[in-house]
Design a protein around this ligand. Structure first.
Ligand code: HEC
Length: 141
């Protein structure tokens, strides 16, 4: 084989490999696909298609208290922004709990003063907000 032919072969196979591995612009990443699936998943988690089952299963696994805390609550509750009781501050949470845990749950779900409703997790169910609160409380006693 001539030198030129080998060169041409290398260039062609490189182009072929690149062509196979390059993604078209419109293709979504796995993360984007999941975000879309979550956004269009019907309320109440009615399952319609196999793909949605997987997305719902993943999303409910992700929605543990710790994950919601890390996504929605940590900004205020690790630093005390606006007077937020700090996660881990045993005394602060003990005095909050004096009004009864149901009231504390309700205040977080409905919002109170500088505490936004659901702590900004607008797609959280009540139980998910409560799971995030329980996570904070577990770390504050
Ligand atoms: C924008 C800041 C901010 C975010 C985000 C935020 N909080 Fe708060 N949170 C506050 C502030 C400020 C208070 C104190 C409100 C008050 O009593 O005046 C508070 C209070 C609370 C209380 C105590 C309520 C009571 O009755 O004493 C709970 C529980 C709580 N937050 C849970 C959460 C959870 C769970 C999240 C995330 C899902 C969250 N917060 C996100 C600012 C925030």
């Amino acid at each position: 084989m001539s030198h030129l032919k080998i060169c041409a072969l290398i260039i062609m196979s490189t182009a072929l490999l690149w062509g196979c591995s390059a993604k078209p612009d419109r293709e979504l990443t796995a993360a984007q696909e999941q975000a879309v699936a979550e956004r269009i998943a019907p309320a109440g988690h009615v399952v319609k298609a196999g793909q949605v089952v997987a997305a719902v299963a993943t999303s409910s696994a992700l929605r543990a208290g710790v994950d919601i805390y890390n996504r929605n609550c940590v900004a205020c509750h690790s630093s005390g922004v606006g007077g937020a009781p700090i996660s881990g501050d045993i005394a602060a949470w003990a005095s909050r709990l004096e009004k009864g845990i149901e009231t504390v749950y309700a205040n977080a779900i409905n919002g109170i003063n500088a505490m936004p409703a659901r702590g900004t997790c607008m797609d959280c169910s009540d139980d998910e907000v409560i799971a995030a609160i329980d996570y904070i409380l577990d770390n504050s006693k």
